[in-house]
Design a protein around this ligand. Sequence first.
Ligand code: GCW
Length: 717
Amino acid sequence: MRILRFILLLLTFAALARADDGYRLWLRYDRIADDALRARYAASISEIVVPENPSPLVASARDELVAGLRGLLGVKVPVVSRATRDGALVLGTPDDPWIYSVVRESDQRAAGVEGYLLRRLAHDGGHRTLIVANRPAGVLYGAFAFLRHLQRQQPLEGLDLLSAPKIERRLLNHWDNLDRTIERGYAGFSLWEWFYLPDIRSPRYRDYARACASLGLNGTVLTNVNANAQILTRPYLEKVAALAEEFRPWGLRVYLTARFSAPMEIGGLKTADPLDPSVAAWWQSKVEEIYELIPDFGGFLVKANSEGQPGPQDYGRTHADGANLLADALAPRNGIVIWRAFVYSPSNTDDRVKQAVTEFAPLDGQFRDNVVVQIKNGPLDFFPREPFSPLFGRMPQTRLAIELQITQEYLGHSTQLAYLPPLWKEALDADTFASGPGTTIARIVDGSVKLQHPSVIAGVANTGTDRNWTGHLLAQSNWYAFGRLAWDHSFTSAQIADEWARLTFGPDEKVVSTLRQLLLGSRETVVNYSMPLGLHHIQAEGHHYGPGPWVADRPRADWTAVYYHRADAHGIGVDRTARGTNALGQYAPEWQRAWGDPQTCPDEFLLWFHRLPWDFRMKSGRILWDELCLRYQQGVDEARAMQRAWHSLRGQIDDERFTHVAQRLARQAQDARDWRDACLLYFQQFSQRPLPAGVEPPAHPLSYYQSIKLRHVPGHN
Ligand code: GCW
């Protein structure tokens, strides 16, 4: 007897210390520990009612519910085709006469094409719970939402949740190369095993699609925008078709990047001129071939005439000519073209942050209806903080999509923690004033300012073959959050952090609140220790990991750091007002007023818009140099505090995940110091001022930081 008890005790400890590699993401479905709650749930969910021969998406919903309930409740809930008892969980669409009879028409309208309704209703003296939608995809999203509800241990009583996506196409953009390296990918290699496809199919394809579906993501661009034309050849298209088949039951459509010169590279033509009839014919037949293999193919994503990619300008044509060429080929099949506005020309010496507007605004109104112009949140790249891209307010006659970066190119890769929704929401909530106050980017993109179909939001994926999918375990939260925000951009960063923490680490309030705080502050911490007060593009060259404010002498001035901070004995920052590059002039007058005067410009954009002397008096009363130093120090202090916060959870999180995160936070705290010391020593050469009280002395001389050459950094060839 005593031995038995001892073994039991051992087993309990073993369970607590159990290794958890994070593979299951937020879809863990571990048994709910609270016996009473579990019993209540089990009593309320007696059977799953699914029509016979359900569509593949409803079948996925059913299987997910069966698996989820088995995990959470520890019971096998039977699946039936007609409700037989109290507590039935009814899945379906209004084709079912009973469902039709209990769902109001206003609800059906509100649910739209992909939304769902979760509702518990009184029935026959007992209860039934509905997971209903107008279309199968909504049923699938509803099933995941229902499971999320149980995972978060919310009451079933009074359940009444109608939710519909605000944006139609919610896409991941993979910058995956055909050799399986990932540009700016920090979580291993590409998930797509091109050599083995189409015959050999990794189980991860399904798991990936399922994770996307759980968030409501409904499309994925498989290939890098720095595109390889090979993907459009027959053998590769057959491989793509196999992936599309794996993803289809999860409502995930595939898209590809199209290399503009493909007609020449793989089609044997002498030109890729968009106005040449043979080029148009080539694209038409290529598109036909694609749709024969992949009837629900989504369309093309194109990076053209940007950073060396071929494009219509090679033939003296415009971006609109190029986009329309592909759009015409895709239109008969309802495919779309997503054309990127991330351009800056090798010959234009104007301020790089102005160039997208210079090139694209004049083309407003010239794009076909199935073209969407995809704009990064900021006008430069994906820096820790940028003001929003003014292009959003400058193309009222064009469908506009926002591109966010989930992978952390300039925010410490998958080594550092930076929870990104606060950054993304700064852009989504930004008011362009384009058609009066309230013309936010979110409302432009989701089509509420002017109806625009299709509406598109894209996130550059942070996934890879790492067992935990995202490299840093906590970076899963960014994949999760992107999906949730793509569904509904009105969710708050805190709400999503709370949700993700509960699903991923369980219901313990201390764990949840610690994680929530850790996540919410992390992006600002990265800003503070790397590029505070509006600094940008001062990272190490090439791989972009760590500091490099001294980077100069590159093939182009706008690839250096000195171009962006312009520090010298007189001061620091770029004058982007009318006295300088006048990038500010691309914004609405409201922003020109708010940002144009250094006395009123918020600190976070100060050096983005202004060039100021080192002794400029800040709102804090300190001089600029002191403020800059203290911000860097604050970043370091915060990085250390993040480490401490995590350590306060020791014993409450399984060893494997605990250690994984602890190691990365330690590295982050060290990296934060390096950022601070390197940048302050570098800028101090110009400011010629001492570090103010409260700033730790640098650990090494400047030459030490300048001599660091990192090799084999992930995500960079
Ligand atoms: O941020 C830059 C990256 C490039 C990337 C480019 C883009 C895919 O450094 O790696 O190329 O942006 O968005 O096209």
